[in-house]
Design a protein around this ligand. Structure first.
Ligand code: SF4
Length: 497
């Protein structure tokens, strides 16, 4: 048994997959810090390594077992080290993980992330692997301790799970039926975040538009957006992901009439062909989808609309694909996460007839990406000369150091790299700039900064920089840290990739 006391142990959480996992990892970090552990330094070997896995990515299991294989020898040289595996792949593979990698100490599922510290302790005392997977949610994750990664922006879960049955998606079987959090609890968490300096929140759910289904209010999501508008100090509200099936006009009205709800919509299309949508069991059709976009743009002419598209779903013909291209042309997406369909074990689509040959999928995919980029570039070019208010970000501009720029996001969530000149700005502050150049995936503003508004989020960032000791962890309360941007290829929804 290890002799390192828990309070001296260090941890590292390695996250794969979607925002839901990123957010769960904040909870896992919070739980481990609540148990007395501290984060391992960048180059130091952690005493506890937690994998928060994703079952959606291609070859996710091969990658996990490869990583675990590498850690086996590390563990032999590091007495007392523990390895835990959680998330969707753990929910799916269960005891298979400890069978293939017996040096793993703990396997836990998506419904019981709160059990991690207890399971680690039990594994340590009993010197035996612990596998605990629950079929239903034990505690709503937002009631667990959290270590938030950003000083100025935060995820807030409004629901977990999904009642849909898209045939390409494994999430419903791994995350279970939709569970909604009561609006009062959501708003209380947001108010606590704002009191701590956060100025932007993203409401998170697998399908935010069905929010309220559990407590019988189909207009609950629009009401929640409007209630966010009453929170003083909350500058920006975003949400992901909506679902075209459940998207109602009251949500468009709430977005348009609530000043702090941003003119941005990530609306998963998946396919522009009605035949393919039916086979995906996505119960909207292209006409309804395009109608929603039209009404969103009528109400918010500057709204940026992004999407997810799968190419080469089983049975997709040339004509089906052309229909997707047609919707993309009409929809004028400002960007799109595009995926080549590949089989996911455990999904209905895995055994469907008409799997499309790889070379056909590749050719369609390349044409789609070229079209998406061309449209995105044209949409961005139309913004050159426009004044844009930016929330200054940290860690989002990969080349900022080399180009001597900073990076921020506009209300429509577009990434803008800007030259700060001698303006004194901090992550979390708000600046106004004029766009001078457009690329398909970002904008540049190389003129002078037109205005700077220093915010409490900037103050919070500065306080953290002055005192880098880890902030304390509280129930549902934010703490400070370096933001952890999602990898560019991580889509907000659960796609085959
Ligand atoms: S793709 Fe989204 S809406 Fe469809 S089943 Fe998966 S989580 Fe639910």
């Amino acid at each position: 048994m290890t002799t390192i006391p828990t309070e001296q142990r260090t941890y590292q959480v390695r996250t794969y997959g979607c925002q839901m996992n990123v957010h769960d990892s904040e909870r896992l970090s919070g739980l481990l810090e609540d148990a007395g552990m501290s984060p391992a330094g960048d180059d130091a070997q952690a005493d506890v390594v937690v994998f928060n896995t994703c079952a959606v990515r291609e070859n996710a299991d091969n990658k996990l077992y490869g990583n675990l294989g590498h850690l086996a020898s590390v563990k032999r040289k590091h007495p007392g080290m523990q390895i835990a595996v959680g998330g969707c792949l753990a929910q799916k593979d269960r005891s298979e993980i400890t069978r293939r990698a017996p040096w793993v100490d703990v396997v836990f599922g998506t419904h019981n992330i709160g059990s991690l510290p207890v399971l680690l302790e039990r594994a340590r005392i009993q010197e035996e692997s612990q596998v605990e997977i629950l079929e239903a949610l034990e505690v709503f994750p937002s009631t667990l301790p959290t270590k938030r990664e950003s000083a100025y922006a935060a995820w807030v879960s409004i629901s977990v799970g999904c009642n849909n049955t898209c045939t390409f998606c494994i999430v419903p079987s791994l995350r279970g039926k939709e569970k909604d959090r009561r609006p009062g609890e959501v708003l209380a968490e947001i108010e606590a975040l704002v009191a701590d300096g956060v100025v932007e929140v993203t409401l998170l759910g697998q399908n935010v538009n069905s929010y309220g289904v559990e407590f019988g209010d189909r207009y609950a999501f629009g009401k929640l957006l409007r209630a966010c508008g009453d929170i003083e100090g909350l500058e920006r509200v975003r949400f992901t992901s909506p679902h075209p099936k459940d998207f109602t006009d009251d949500v468009i009205a709430a977005m348009a009439e609530t000043p702090n709800v941003m003119p941005q919509l990530h609306m998963p299309l998946q396919s522009g062909s009605d035949v393919v949508l039916k086979s995906m069991r996505r119960s909207y059709r292209r006409k309804k989808y395009l109608g929603i976009l039209e009404r969103v743009r009528e109400a918010m002419p500057d709204a940026a609309i992004t999407t997810d598209i799968i190419v080469g779903f089983p049975g997709e013909t040339d004509d089906d694909f052309e229909q997707t291209m047609d919707v993309v042309r009409q929809a004028r997406f400002s960007s799109a996460f595009t995926f080549q369909y590949s089989k996911r074990p455990g999904t209905p689509a895995e055994s469907m007839d008409g799997q499309v040959p790889k070379d056909v999928v590749q050719e369609r995919y390349e044409r789609l990406v070229a079209l998406v980029n061309d449209i995105a570039w044209r949409e961005n070019t139309a913004l050159v000369g426009r004044r844009v208010p930016l929330l200054v970000a940290e860690g989002e501009g990969k080349k900022d150091a080399a180009t001597h720029r900073l990076t921020g996001r506009g209300p429509d969530n577009r990434l803008v790299h800007f030259a700060p000149g001698d303006a004194d700005v901090r992550p979390g502050d708000l600046v106004e700039v004029e766009v001078t150049y457009a690329a398909p995936h970002h904008l540049v503003a190389d003129g002078r900064v037109l205005s700077v508004r220093r915010t409490r989020a900037g103050d919070a960032w500065e306080a953290r920089t002055a005192d880098p000791t880890p902030a304390s962890v509280g129930l549902g309360m934010p703490s400070l840290g370096v933001p952890d941007p999602l990898p560019a290829d991580d889509a907000p929804t659960c796609q085959p990739r």
